[in-house]
Design a protein around this ligand. Structure first.
Ligand code: AQP
Length: 344
């Protein structure tokens, strides 16, 4: 365990790799805003475009998705004055520290990552990019280049955060320093793993080929209501207690979404809806989802009509970020033995 005390600092990111969805909102964005507003932390939030290119991205689509994601952050409540809001490639120290971490992390650690295994399952892993394999090392650098102490993420990122801790521990041990913090994952709330609306065993994901499987942040009210109406469920009414959802993944998912959107516990939701049929529950859920997402989606389109403003926010965010990242990289290079002074 590290003895040094670090400034409480939150870091998290989202890939600009396509449609921002309700899972990203509940598992990540909404909680980013909560941590920004809670006080007691500096907050840094990031569009991780270097992660996005670990699989093929059309350049024009990537540029658009990056700006759209920035609009999504702001429309969800991230205030670029309160938080540092950045695009990863505009802060070069992320990639520079990742190289050092590539030399600290072990091949075997990367090969054990379930996301690597899932993303190459049934495919020729030899043809996957080297970047996809090394993805968790860049993620560790994203976090540790800020000496971040807390990282809010969805359940799917838990293993990558454990690896971040392993990299920090090994670096500190190998060089006999107490330089990188051992970061705490923050995986909390009713919706740390929002599932597909079509299959309760798969997580809601940008890359799912079925658009009906997810609620996109840019969906209009009709599309949201239709997707919820068609969401897979079972014929039973809702139970009165959370235990009754144990073997009902689709029902559990919809109740979790309701609870997370309404700031309630699952038991409170079931207190109101227990014994009632999905034909009553789904319209209430649709109304709640629309009430939350419609203002975000209209603010996103307003911002997307003003891309210069987005670009200005990202340029300013990168300047602020580099006040933190440049000294940390400089010190890392010194620790590793690069001949200095390194002017960054
Ligand atoms: N279904 C989900 N439920 C809860 N949280 C989720 N997150 C993603 N999906 C869910 C959280 O959102 C943050 C950003 O994730 P990301 O977009 O950078 O990468 P991802 O986890 O790989 O998301 P996708 O949608 O599944 O993307 P693709 O399909 O491109 O792989 C993270 O905090 C993540 O936990």
């Amino acid at each position: 365990m590290t003895e040094t005390s670090f400034t409480p600092r939150v870091f998290s990111g989202i890939q600009p790799s396509g449609n921002l969805h309700l899972g990203n909102y509940l598992g990540a964005l909404k909680r980013f805003v909560d941590m920004q507003e809670a006080g007691g932390y500096e907050t840094v939030y990031c569009m991780v475009d270097l992660h996005a290119i670990t699989v093929w991205q059309d350049p024009a689509d990537l540029r658009r998705s990056t700006r759209e994601l920035c609009a999504g952050f702001i429309a969800s409540g991230i205030d670029p004055e309160k938080s540092i809001l950045i695009n990863q490639s505009q802060v070069p120290e992320h990639a520079q520290l990742a190289w050092v971490f590539n030399c600290v992390a072990r091949m075997g650690w990367m090969g054990r990552m379930t996301q690597w295994k899932d993303k190459t399952a049934g495919k020729n892993a030899e043809a996957a990019s080297l970047g996809l394999f090394a993805y968790p090392s860049l993620m560790a650098a994203d976090i540790l280049i800020y000496h971040a102490t807390h990282v809010p993420v969805g359940e799917d990122q838990k293993q990558h955060l454990e690896l971040t801790r392993d990299i920090a521990t090994k670096f500190n041990h190998d060089y006999g320093v107490d330089f990188f913090p051992i970061t705490e994952p923050v995986i909390e709330g009713a919706a740390t793993r929002v599932m597909s609306l079509r299959d309760g065993s798969k997580k809601m994901s940008k890359s799912d080929p079925s658009d009906a499987s997810r609620i996109n942040m840019t969906d209009d009210a009709d599309a949201i209501a239709k997707k919820i109406r068609k969401a897979k469920t079972d014929p039973e009414p809702l139970p009165s207690e959370a235990a009754g959802l144990a073997e009902r993944p689709e029902a559990r998912n919809l109740v979790n979404i309701f609870a997370a959107l309404n700031g309630q516990t699952v038991d409170q939701v079931l207190g109101d809806f227990g014994g009632r049929a999905f034909s009553e529950f789904k319209p209430a859920l649709a109304e709640l989802a629309v009430a939350h997402l419609a203002p975000i989606s209209s603010e996103m389109s307003r911002l997307m009509d003003n891309q210069d403003e987005i670009d200005r926010i990202l340029t300013r965010g990168a300047e602020r970020a580099r006040e933190i990242t440049a000294p940390i990289l400089k010190k890392t290079y010194e620790i590793v033995g690069m001949v200095g002074p390194v002017e960054l």
